[in-house]
Design a protein around this ligand. Structure first.
Ligand code: MTE
Length: 326
């Protein structure tokens, strides 16, 4: 774990390189009210409702793992060991520091139903276990580049988002897919705070959803997803900054309105809808030219579309007037 703490000279303070852009703004608000940082912790750390151990059975079927690896998805670097990945997470529902894995154990994923609604032939609700059993699972090695300028490499298990779109039967008028995380302050202490707009929301265009790279993730490291990774089902969009990869999805809505995401709602000057990785477009507060590889501590150049340009660059032809890289 030492590598995580060894920061290269260029690295920015963690509090600055965080999508929690309002960190400073919120602190200013709290200070204006005569409340300090500790008050923030108190506001976001209200007691959780105790749950019975029996509630903690995972939603899915461990027998489906490990799934066969799809060798088309190759990496240019070694995998991040599970023990590092599983203890360095962003999951603001459970707190705003990287060590929320213990808090995330209060996430109850069984039962877990997913609503599919909006512009579809017929809205429906599906149990996670049924969904997981319906679409064949595969393993893919993906890169993951956080907007905070660190990166990991992960063996995800899941299925292409396009398979879920097929199942949902969207109407021709649908232009976007909106994903919504659970909203339950009794199990996620971070959702007690009033400074964020819950639930966590993200979105993609229908064209992006059709890209084979867009992956619905149900497992990692050959097992069902750990809670801190966003169990039981999350998204992985490896050519975009990590905040687009929404965790613990409860609702999937097909719509003709562009969804406003969690971070965009909080700070639209820093986080937008597209958020494609581009080393040449700096975040307003830090450079995106390089990234810290979490498990080696090395600093390496960041690649356009996080190295996935061959698969996704064509999606953005004709959209040059959009803010594609933030
Ligand atoms: N999804 C939810 N529901 N809540 C979150 O706080 N954080 C995002 C994304 N998805 C987040 C989320 C951010 S900023 C990143 S970088 C990735 O999840 C982190 O995924 P990891 O913890 O598996 O590395």
């Amino acid at each position: 774990m030492a590598a995580i703490h060894r920061k290269p000279a260029w690295a920015i303070a963690e509090t600055l390189a965080t999508p929690e852009t309002a960190f400073l703004n919120r602190r200013a608000i709290l200070q204006a009210w005569g409340l300090g940082v500790l008050a923030t912790a108190a506001l976001t750390g209200l007691p959780k409702v105790a749950r019975a151990e029996g509630d903690r059975k995972p939603a899915g079927s461990p027998a489906l793992y490990p799934a066969k690896r799809n060798d088309a998805y190759k990496l240019d670097r070694s995998l991040t060991p599970e023990e590092i990945n599983a203890k360095y997470n962003n999951f603001y529902e459970f707190g705003s520091d990287k060590g929320i894995y213990a808090e995330a154990q209060s996430l109850i994923t069984n039962p877990w139903a997913i609503d599919v609604d909006g512009m579809v032939e017929k809205p429906f609700t599906i149990e996670f276990a049924d969904l997981e059993a319906k679409i064949p699972l595969e393993e893919r090695l993906y890169r993951h580049r956080c907007v905070e300028a660190w990166s990991m490499t992960i063996p995800w298990t899941g299925f292409s988002l396009s398979k879920l779109v097929e199942l949902a039967k969207p109407l021709g008028s649908a232009k976007y897919i909106r994903f919504e995380t659970f909203n339950d302050p009794s199990m996620a202490s971070g959702q007690n705070g009033f400074l964020y707009t819950w639930p966590y929301v993200e979105g993609v265009t229908m064209a992006e959803a059709a890209s084979d790279l867009a992956f619905m993730v149900t497992g990692a490291y050959g097992k069902p997803l750990l809670n801190q990774f966003g169990a039981p089902i999350r998204l992985a969009l490896p050519w975009k900054y990590g905040f687009k990869s929404v965790k613990s999805i409860r609702r999937i809505t097909f719509t003709d309105k562009r969804p406003v995401s969690f971070w965009e709602e909080l700070a639209s000057n820093e986080y937008g809808f597209w958020a494609n990785v581009n080393p040449e477009v700096a975040h307003p507060r830090w450079s995106q030219a390089q990234e810290r590889v979490l498990h080696t501590g090395e600093t390496v150049p960041t690649l356009l579309f996080n190295g996935y340009g061959d698969q996704v660059a064509s999606l953005y032809k004709g959209l040059e007037n959009e803010t594609l890289y933030r």
